[in-house]
Structure formats: C-alpha cells, structure tokens
Design a binder for this molecule. Structure first.
Ligand code: COA
Length: 175
C-alpha cells in the first residue's frame, strides 16, 4: 500500500527506478551528506542490488514522488524492531527538489506511518555533524531531539567528523 503525505507519495521501489537511483548513488554532493560508504556503481550492479531486494517488512524502502509524479528521492525505515517498537529512518532528495519542504513532508509522513500504522514508539536517525540542512530539518522543523554524539565516527575529505544521534518518540509529535 502506498503511503500518502501532503506533498509526497512513498511507493515501493521498481526496477525502472534503477537509473535514477544509480545517479543519486553516484552523486558526490548527495553522498557527502550521507553516512553510508559509496563507490562508483554501474547500472549492472545497481540492477543486481535490486534483484536481491525482497519485500521485507523489517526493512522498508521507498521511492519518493511529488504531486506531479516526479521521482524526487528515496526514504527508508530500516531495522524495524516490532518487539521494542523502534526503527531507523533515512532519506535523500535530488538536489533539484531540495529546499521546497518535501523533506519535512517525507519525515512527517514516515513518522505518522510508523506510529499510527506500524505501532512503533521510537524512531532514530544519525547525521554527519556538518549536514546542517538535515540537522535543521529534524531538530527545528520536525521536533526530533539530539541524544548524543559519536566522536570522530566518519572520515570525510581527510578529516574525522562526529556522528550526531537523533530520535523522536510517539508522544512527542502530533499525529
Ligand atoms: C536533508 C534534506 C532531506 C532536507 O530536505 P529539504 O526538503 O531539502 O529541506 P529544506 O531545504 O527545506 O531545509 C531544511 C532546513 O535546512 C535549512 N538549510 C538548508 N540549507 C542549509 C545550509 N546550507 N546550511 C544551514 N541550513 C540549511 C533550511 O533553512 C531548513 O531549515 P529552516 O526552515 O528551519 O531554516 C535534503 O536536503 C537532502 O536530501 N539532502 C541530501 C541527503 C541528506 O542529507 N539526507 C539526510 C541524511 S541524514
């Protein structure tokens, strides 16, 4: 079932999305802001990644569409723990669709889905210390709280950088 927000729709990832996902995966500006470790990936390997991706209720990955049906980014809920009621949230937007409030809507939509549909109680995310837009989005716009700092966790452009841990609880947001 697709997940409908005010500005975005989150749907399952399809094979036809591999080209744009490969482009996002190879975009240095996007990847510099993300925690994962990416290296240049060709379409063949991107297709293999998709072939190994199974519909899995504990790791849910979404393609993000705007109101015009444009592919604007990706989001996910990973390591969903139904016993304890928590999960990790992640997202990225294509640079041409950043700064339009879509990121806020993706986070709010996934928060609603997690707490109102999956019956989770807690979401968390981690952010590279220099990713000011993301910190501002979660802390200032979406009411998440900073929980801690893992010092010198990342190595980027020859420097060690802190990892900031954030979370939100179901009783801290209006659903
Ligand atoms: C982070 C991201 C999801 C934000 O979504 P968005 O729709 O672009 O959100 P906005 O552009 O409205 O920005 C959110 C906030 O960051 C602020 N911001 C934007 N650029 C900024 C910058 N260079 N420095 C400081 N703050 C900045 C905005 O002012 C806004 O905060 P405010 O309204 O409280 O002032 C999106 O930029 C993105 O996908 N970036 C690349 C991948 C990424 O960082 N993913 C998150 C990993 S944790």
């Amino acid at each position: 079932m697709n997940i409908i927000g005010n500005l975005v729709t989150l749907r399952a990832i399809e094979k036809e999305d591999m080209l744009v996902m490969q482009m996002w995966g190879n975009n240095p500006d996007i990847q510099y802001m993300l925690g994962g470790w990416h290296f240049p990936t060709n379409l063949n390997d991107q297709d293999k990644w998709f072939a190994n991706l199974s519909c899995n209720s504990l790791n849910q990955r979404f393609l993000v569409l705007d109101k015009n049906g444009e592919k604007v980014g990706m989001a996910n809920l990973l390591n969903i723990n139904f016993k304890d009621g928590n999960a990790e949230l992640g997202l990225l937007l294509d640079p041409s669709f950043q700064g339009k409030g879509l990121g806020k809507d993706v986070v709010e939509t996934l928060v609603r889905y997690s707490f109102n549909e999956l019956r989770l109680n807690r979401l968390e995310t981690s952010i590279i210390a220099y990713n000011k837009p993301s910190l501002s989005l979660f802390l200032n716009k979406c009411n998440w709280k900073q929980e801690g700092v893992l010092r010198n966790w990342y190595f980027r452009k020859g420097k060690f950088v802190d990892k900031i841990l954030l979370s939100v609880l179901s009783n801290e947001v209006e659903l």
